[in-house]
Design a protein around this ligand. Structure first.
Ligand SMILES: [Zn+2]
Length: 121
């Protein structure tokens, strides 16, 4: 596969890494304010807010890390020469889809058939 694909995946990976660094900073900031406030998560309204924010950051971090894994995977497929090939039907995934989702493993047809209603990912 072309070096253009590699560049796209690398750029996306950098963006996700930056996002993870940002979220890590937020997480630390929240953890610090929990420590300094010495709040009780269950009874203090501020503590509940902090707990909620922390849970959100943790969930976003999880998503970002999963995305980073998917992009690492895409890089492996580029090296193996299978990048851009649908793993389900063996057809081409399509340049536009890869531009929008560099980590896509399936073509748009297979992805939409396989997708469950109500789930966007
Ligand atoms: Zn397919």
């Amino acid at each position: 596969m072309s070096s253009a694909a590699r560049q796209t995946v690398e750029r996306e990976r950098d963006a996700v890494r930056a996002r993870i660094a940002e979220l890590d900073t937020s997480f630390t900031a929240i953890a610090d304010s929990v420590d300094t406030a010495n709040v009780d998560d269950e009874h203090d309204p501020e503590g509940a807010t902090l707990a909620f924010e922390r849970a959100q950051v943790v969930s976003l971090l999880g998503e970002a890390r999963a995305r980073l894994d998917a992009l690492d995977d895409a890089m492996v497929r580029i090296d193996a020469g299978t990048y851009g090939t649908c793993e389900q039907c063996g057809g081409a995934i399509g340049v536009e889809r890869l531009a929008a989702r560099p980590d896509a493993r399936r073509c748009i047809e297979c992805a939409s058939v396989g997708a469950r209603p109500g789930r966007s990912r």
